[in-house]
Design a protein around this ligand. Sequence first.
Ligand code: GDD
Ligand code: MN
Length: 366
Amino acid sequence: MAAAPAELSIVVPTYNESGNVEEVVRRVDAALAGVAWEVIFVDDDSPDGTAFAVRRLGQTDARVRSLRRIGRRGLSSACVEGMLASNARFIAVMDADLQHDPAVLPTMLRILRDDAAELVVGSRYIQGASVGEWSSRRLAVSRFAAALSTFIMHQPISDPMSGYFMLKTEILDACVRKLSTLGFKILMDIVSSSGRALRIAEVPIRFGSRRAGQSKLSGNVIWEHLLLIADKLVGAYVPVRFLSFALIGAAGAIVHFLTLITLFRLLGVPFPVGQAGATAVALIFNFSVNNVLTYTGQTLRGWSWIRGLASFALACGIGALANVGVASFLYGRNTPWQLSALAGIALSAVWNYAVTARYTWRTVRQ
Ligand code: GDD
Ligand code: MN
């Protein structure tokens, strides 16, 4: 006889959550008595050994499953892959740090079973909900992000940033190919990729305090959020990572000029030395900012940072030669100087992006 299948899969993304997984399973079990559930932990090869903690649990409880991704990072993509590993009718997504109370799962499940909705969102911003011990800055950021999202959402929901929700599997199947899976806004991604108004219910949640370990969402969440919105708007034409790279490149040009002005005009350094200094500063600026903003999931640190900077400098050096070569060639063929320069810049931007994506940050598809 085959074992009874799960009616509900709970997908829990984890990064350094070894201190929480056992308690998550315990509380889910307590909350869902009488329901055929399974929990799928999706771990990005956490250095603290979360995946092994999950495996140990799974060895005595078949409802605990583990999906371990190597060389990858990203909350959204982890959630999507976890959901795709499910055979259940209903799928929930929940954080591992118990800021999301598993006791809400039965309410969400009842709504889906009754077909009163096809997506249930745990909201921190409706009657009866609370955000717990949030700083006013964090609250402001969350509210600002929510306001921005109304640009790309077909329908208003009170808490598009929520990481706690449950849906019918068909909802995922219908939009999975259109998802950006950038950053951490998986709910917003699903709602805005669905192409039709979904029947959504909202249930109030109390966003508790993290149990063990620390938050992984850092100061650059707003940038990631903007990238996700940009991806929904223009992603079909330009990869947003490239957009991010090009914007940072433009900021780098400003940094270059400011450094040059300081060295050459204010400090009286000879021009070639000033220009060389400004180039070096702009290069380091571009590398470090891209390292944090464009490649949030692959940020290089320590020795990898040095190695990354060297390969970035090499790639951009070749890009600069190609830039000058192409611009001079066009100019020699009677192209106006402005256009020649722009063509050179465009070519080197694409080259620098493509080469550093592959060799400096070693991206595969996220
Ligand atoms: N697999 C994987 N990969 N999991 C990750 C990653 C990652 O790169 N980054 C974070 N996680 C996991 C964490 O281990 C945790 O279980 C969950 O995702 C949420 O991460 P936290 O670091 O606890 O995020 P938070 O509490 O600051 O943010 C929460 O609130 C946001 C709204 O303000 C999350 O629920 C977000 O999804 C939500 O948007
Ligand atoms: Mn958290």
